[in-house]
Each structure stands twice: as structure tokens, then as C-alpha cells.
Design a binder for this molecule. Structure first.
Ligand SMILES: Cc1ncc(C[n+]2csc(CCOP(=O)(O)OP(=O)(O)O)c2C)c(N)n1
Length: 353
């Protein structure tokens, strides 16, 4: 069982081990976390203004997402959820598309050519199977490529979690399972989710390593992910990483966490803020100033504003286009439904559906 918590950076920004990246790279990752947090707050604001359908904030989970995404290589696969905008963006999925997707626009679900990031999965747990399939295909094709799939503690109660983990173990699939244990699945606490002392420990039953890491520690998340990615790439098979973290905000913009959790608990986790932790470290290394902070905030905020403008400037999709989003070639059934919507009259069922 892998119960020891990996940590390199303490909440005070002090080192407990060797940083896995140099100072310049740390500044780059810190900047990404700052940008991601700005986007996250913008997402909530846009939803409140009626400009997005819904939004699932990830505040508090920036280190888990940026730290893990940074350990991937250019063409590795990332298969993630509705709460993983920071990781997806870091791997090349543009803010603009993430916004469109949140506005219910199908165009937001198509990553740019060459970006190996699947659109966010709303169906809890299902995407883990997609990640295993992609990684297995890469292995069979002899491609030097692995997949990382990210999910929450709640997803580990889905049958898909078992199926994905079991298959990956048996076939030694080059996949990394990253559970961002943010302590809640909507209002359900982690201790009601599973009687396992840790989620990492579940890996043992599938025959591969499980690792427990401080998910609010950028360095530790990067280190354990890089190790798992390296093992997968070298033919060593899967790893389950449990990143202990906390969702500081609501589940989505339609949730009120005040109804099911104690504000004192939130305050305790606020003190372990992953972004502030790296800022303190950089300051200790004389690699952070207030001026630089303002500069990066202004620049990242401008990029986000530009993404909002571009997303909102697009002419609306024709309703019938939603039928074209799923398959490279529409099925006859979808074609009929599209026709019906466009005023072609009611469709008579023509066989099995
Ligand atoms: C298969 C399925 N069941 C239920 C839901 C409704 N649902 C959406 S998010 C969620 C909680 C998931 O919690 P967790 O996996 O811990 O991820 P988190 O939201 O905390 O990031 C549920 C039950 C869903 N989207 N898909």
C-alpha cells in the first residue's frame, strides 16, 4: 500500500526535497497557475451574467492540474473532466473553445488539429475508458505516446473506474490515472465515497502502483506524475496517483457548498493555497516581485478577455449543426432527425435505433 504522502514544497513555500524543475520553469508554471485562476474567476462571473450555461470552478486545484499537465510531452493524450480547464488549456486547448463548450456550443468540443486533448467529459468516469483505449492503441501501434486521465474522488465509485483500471493492469497499458481527490463529489464527502483509507491504495488490487501526493504542491505533483509517465513510456504499465486537494469553490455555479460543509474547513484549505505556496517559494528565491505579479496578471487577463471576445463574436451555430458534431459521417438516424428539425416533417421510424 502506498500511504506515504509525497510532498516537496510546504504550505509556507519551504523545500522538503529537490525541486523537479529549475527556477525559470517554476516561474513559467506559476504564471500558468495565476492565469488559470483568473480564467476560473472569469468563468464564474460570465455564468452569473448569463453568458455561460454553467461553470465548474477548479480554484484550489491549480497545482494538481498544471503540475500533472506539465509532466506530459507534446503528443501525449490528456483525457479529463468538466473541472479540468487549467490542465486542458496548459496542453493547448484554447480558452476560447473551453468557453464555447461551456456556452453549449458544439464548436467548443473540437480541439485544434495536433492538440491531443479530448473534449471535457461530463459523464463521470466514462472518459477513463477512452484514455485506456487511446493508450492501448498507442502501444499496439508502437507509438511513443502515453495517456493521462484525470477524474475526481466520486468517479472512483463508478464501474468505469474498475473496468479502466482492471484492463489497464492486465494489458500493461501506458496510462496514468490521476485522481484529484478534492474531498467532495458535489455534496458527498470523501469518507462516504469509499471505506478505503486511501484511493491510491486501490491500485494494489489491479496490480500496479498507487501513489499518494500532496495535490496542492506543484513540485510533488510534477515529480510523481513525471515518474509515472516515465514508467508508462518505458513499458512499465499504469500508475494511479491520488492527489489530495480541495475544491475551494462550489461544485458548479448552481451549487451552494454552505449547505453541506463547514466554512472553517474551507479556511483551513485556503491556508494551503497551491498558488500562494509557489509564490512564497519564488519570493524566498528572490524570483518574485509585486511588479512582476501585476505584469503577468495583466497579460494573462488580456488573453482571457480576447478569448471571451472571440468566442462571443462568432455567429451562432445553426441548431441543426448539433447533429454533425458526433461522427465524422452522420448516421442515417441523425440525418433524419436533422431533417425533421429543419422542417422536413415528422420522421417515421425506419428500423432499429
Ligand atoms: C455517470 C454520471 N453520474 C452522475 C453525474 C452527475 N454528476 C456530475 S459531477 C458529479 C460528482 C462527481 O464528483 P467527483 O468525481 O469527485 O469530481 P468533482 O466534481 O469533485 O471534480 C456527479 C454525480 C454525471 N455527470 N455522470
Amino acid at each position: 500500500m502506498a500511504e506515504e504522502l509525497a510532498q516537496i514544497l510546504t504550505p509556507d513555500g519551504e523545500l522538503r526535497g529537490e525541486p523537479p524543475v529549475d527556477l525559470e520553469a517554476t516561474r513559467h508554471l506559476y504564471r500558468a497557475m495565476v492565469g488559470a485562476r483568473l480564467f476560473d474567476r472569469k468563468g464564474t462571473a460570465l455564468q452569473k451574467q448569463g453568458r455561460l450555461a454553467t461553470y465548474a470552478p477548479f480554484e484550489g486545484q491549480e497545482a494538481a492540474q498544471i503540475g500533472s499537465a506539465a509532466a506530459l510531452r507534446g503528443d501525449d493524450w490528456l483525457v479529463a473532466t468538466y473541472r479540468d480547464a487549467a490542465a486542458m488549456w496548459f496542453r493547448g486547448y484554447p480558452w476560447k473553445l473551453l468557453l464555447l463548450w461551456r456556452a453549449g456550443d458544439e464548436r467548443g468540443g473540437a480541439p485544434p488539429e495536433g492538440v491531443n486533448v479530448l473534449p471535457p467529459s461530463i459523464t463521470v468516469g466514462a472518459h477513463m475508458l477512452h484514455a485506456v483505449g487511446l493508450a492501448w492503441a498507442a502501444k499496439l501501434l508502437g507509438q511513443d505516446r502515453i495517456a493521462l486521465t484525470s477524474f475526481g474522488d466520486g468517479a472512483t465509485s463508478e464501474g468505469d473506474f474498475h473496468e479502466a483500471m482492471n484492463f489497464a493492469g492486465v494489458y500493461q497499458v501506458p496510462v496514468v490515472f490521476l485522481c484529484q481527490n478534492n474531498q467532495y463529489a458535489i455534496s458527498l464527502r470523501r469518507d462516504r465515497q469509499t471505506a478505503s483509507p486511501t484511493i491510491a491504495g486501490k491500485a494494489e488490487a489491479y496490480g500496479f502502483p498507487g501513489v499518494l501526493v500532496d495535490g496542492n504542491d506543484l513540485f510533488a505533483v510534477y515529480r510523481v506524475t513525471a515518474d509515472a509517465v516515465g514508467r508508462a513510456r518505458a513499458g512499465g504499465g499504469p500508475t494511479l496517483i491520488e492527489a489530495l486537494t480541495y475544491r475551494l469553490g462550489p461544485h458548479t455555479t448552481s451549487d451552494d457548498p454552505g449547505r453541506y460543509r463547514d466554512p472553517a474547513e474551507e479556511a483551513t484549505w485556503r491556508e494551503r493555497d497551491p498558488v500562494e505556496r509557489v509564490r512564497r517559494y519564488l519570493q524566498r528565491q528572490s524570483a518574485w516581485t509585486e511588479e512582476w505579479q501585476r505584469e503577468i496578471e495583466n497579460e494573462e487577463a488580456a488573453l482571457i478577455e480576447q478569448a471571451v471576445e472571440e468566442a462571443e463574436a462568432l455567429p451562432p451555430q445553426e441548431p441543426g449543426q448539433i447533429f454533425e458534431a458526433m461522427f465524422a459521417e452522420m448516421t442515417p438516424q441523425l440525418r433524419e432527425q436533422q431533417q425533421e428539425l429543419s422542417g422536413g416533417g415528422p420522421v417515421t421510424p425506419t428500423g432499429d435505433r
